[in-house]
Ligand binder design. Structure first.
Ligand SMILES: Nc1nc2c(ncn2[C@@H]2O[C@H](COP(=O)(O)OP(=O)(O)OP(=O)(O)O)[C@@H](O)[C@H]2O)c(=O)[nH]1
Ligand SMILES: [Mg+2]
Length: 324
């Protein structure tokens, strides 16, 4: 790949070049990795920043519908919007690919929009790195907003929150008074809770649910990166396109405040540090699986099993070999 030429085309906002570059960062091949690093290094100099919005919610809550109508609203306002997905359970036949191509039918036809389904890989660590790099590519291509979607199951919310400027939690109206078992840890990551499907028969339930979450948010510890009134809960209808502009205004207000108060840069710096350490960790784990280290590990494991070495002595020896 001609890195210079691809970089220039990406900086021109060429979606085909962007798609090819994302394929490059998704590859695990060593030569591809080297090219990907060179490309990202080259594009970093452009210094472009999008607003990165993480969006999470359980299956069926309306993420795809929301992204379609919210994305179209932003496009109509003159913004360029990229949509990426982190899907740790890509096992489900093509995952977001099939569903989203139909649900985001109109957005995917917009020249100012770019939709990329999640890479199919089982390892969350690998998906995280590739998504992060895809975000950087979209920023270099001049997108104003990058939406990073994830299904709310397990760790993927944390991964997405760690690469987002704003983290939005999409929830469904609850029946009765149960708070849908949203884990406290997830609540603590949210900047905005949107109770979707606030329309028709579900409207009053949505309003009640929203009030419950607003109350729950007030009970959480105050975070340094929030102005008065945030995190916030509000109702939306992705289907009837209600509340979307109000939600966008809240996102802008929060983001503006954070930019003005150093929290935007501070959070990005902290995230970069986190991903650096995470990549080193992943790299070390990968090294344990390869060639010589693998046989070293097998040999030491056999000695531990046979009772000839203690686990900690064997581990110390393995780590020494790894370092050398
Ligand atoms: N009434 C109502 N229904 C909605 C709304 N948003 C989405 N739905 C419906 O909810 C169902 C699921 O919507 P999706 O957008 O596919 O949900 P999702 O979160 O992307 O689901 P997964 O991709 O499976 O995780 C569909 O039948 C939508 O039409 C809404 O605002 N109001
Ligand atoms: Mg979906």
């Amino acid at each position: 790949m001609d890195i210079e030429a691809v970089a220039d085309r990406i900086l021109d906002g060429d979606r085909r070049a962007l798609a090819r570059a994302i394929t490059l960062v998704e590859s695990g091949r060593e030569d591809h990795r080297a090219e990907a690093r060179a490309l990202l290094e080259r594009l970093k100099g452009a210094g472009r920043q999008a607003l990165r919005i993480g969006l999470s919610g359980t299956p069926g809550v309306g993420k795809s519908t929301f992204i379609e109508s919210f994305g179209l609203m932003l496009v109509k306002a003159g913004l360029r919007v990229a949509v990426l997905a982190v899907d740790p359970s890509s096992a489900r036949s093509g995952g977001s690919i099939l569903g989203d191509k139909t649900r985001m039918e109109f957005l995917s036809r917009e020249p100012a929009a770019f939709i990329r389904p999640s890479p199919s890989q089982t390892q969350l660590g690998g998906v995280a790195r590739r998504t992060r790099e895809a975000v950087a590519l979209c920023e270099a291509a001049g997108f104003d907003v990058v939406l990073i979607e994830t299904v709310g199951v397990g760790q993927s919310e944390t991964v997405v929150a760690e690469m987002s400027d704003l983290f939005v939690l999409l929830l469904a109206p609850a029946g009765g008074d149960e708070l849908q078992g949203v884990k406290r840890g997830i609540m603590e990551m949210a900047d905005l809770i949107l109770v979707n499907k606030a329309d028709g028969d579900l409207k009053s339930a949505a309003t009640r649910t929203c009030a419950d979450y607003a109350g729950a948010l007030r009970l959480l510890r105050k975070r340094a990166q929030d102005p008065e009134g945030y995190p916030k809960a509000m109702t939306v209808s992705a289907l009837e396109e209600h509340g979307l502009s109000v939600a966008w205004e809240a996102m802008c207000e929060l983001n503006d405040w954070r930019r003005a108060n150093g929290h935007f840069d501070g959070t990005r710096a902290r995230q970069a540090r986190h991903w650096f350490a995470e990549d080193v960790r992943q790299g070390l784990l990968a090294r344990l699986q390869t060639g010589e280290m693998r046989s070293v590990m097998d040999a030491l494991a056999a000695e531990v099993e046979a009772g000839q070495m203690t686990p900690s002595a064997a581990a110390a020896e393995a780590l020494e070999k790894l370092g050398g």
